[in-house]
Design a protein. Structure first.
Length: 280
């Protein structure tokens, strides 16, 4: 029901979801990723069964047939039942133990990892929720339930409906991973995603936590670098806001006008990221 990253390989998408499988693969390859564990898709299915939600979902889908509006109404009902559900005792105890093994009230990200992410013919990524700066076991458990419920969010349900996927064919694992309180963060592509040049990398970066960049909340800096370490292009984004730790979870705050005009990454940092990208 729960696996450490070092027990997971990239082939384990049906167990650990897309995120979990790739984190496991990188951990096995000795890539420096924050430590954590995965609550498997089997645990999600067990949670549904213990709470009688699996039957509820099966009946709700049968009632809605090919009517999207009815299906979305049923999905709202599913979400409510999931959020108020109770974990099987053995599973809850295992989550508690694994969380406490990370440290005393460690700040973690609770990340949905759907078993249908990264398919060749459909992109399910980003449809389920992630919760940042989660602290304390009760908050962790609540965030796991919310991740489960997000599998039945309107966007995800509609996407499966229009793509012709069986609603129950997708399951969900949840990644619990130590947080990094980053001053700057972003996304690195090991092949230039715009012109497809394999000798070029693109880095998008901004201030604060990476959620600003991956959610598209800010116009991030863009850096193009070749794999010999030559910086080809620098575009400074407006970076109006940044997401940082709040007392609970995160908050979005303004970036002052002078800082917005500066580069988020210097040449040394770009070179180090390039080396990490090559290693991965």
């Amino acid at each position: 029901m729960i696996l450490d990253f070092n027990e997971i390989k990239k082939e384990d998408v049906l167990v650990a979801g897309g995120k979990g499988a790739n984190l496991g693969e990188m951990t096995s390859a000795k890539i420096n990723v924050p430590s954590g564990f995965v609550i498997t898709a089997d645990a999600y299915r067990d949670f549904l069964k213990v709470n009688g939600i699996d039957i509820l979902i099966e009946n709700g889908i049968k009632k809605s047939v090919d009517d999207e509006r009815k299906l979305l109404n049923e999905a709202e009902h599913f979400r409510g039942k999931i959020k108020s559900g109770k974990f099987p005792e053995m599973l809850e105890n295992a989550i508690r133990e694994k969380y406490f093994n990370l440290g005393n009230n460690t700040r973690v990200a609770v990340r949905s990892s759907a078993t249908a992410e990264d398919l060749p013919d459909a992109s399910f990524a980003g449809q389920q929720e992630t919760y940042l700066n989660v602290q304390g076991i009760e908050s962790v458990l609540n965030s796991v339930r919310n991740c489960y419920a997000s599998l039945w969010g309107n966007r995800a349900v509609s996407y499966r409906f229009h793509q012709g996927y069986e609603q129950t064919s997708v399951s969900i694992a949840v990644v619990i991973q130590e947080m990094i309180e980053s001053e700057k963060s972003g996304v690195l592509f090991t092949v230039n995603p715009v012109n497809k040049k394999e000798n070029e990398m693109q880095i998008n970066a901004s201030f604060g936590l990476g959620e600003s960049v991956v959610s598209g909340r800010v116009t991030a800096d863009s850096y193009i670098i070749d794999k010999s370490g030559n910086i080809i292009e620098v575009n400074i984004g407006s970076k109006e806001t940044q997401i940082i730790y709040g007392d609970k979870e995160t908050v979005e705050v303004s970036v002052n006008s002078d800082k917005r005009k500066t580069r988020a990454l210097n040449d040394r940092e770009i070179l180090e990221l390039m080396k990490c990208g090559l290693e991965i």
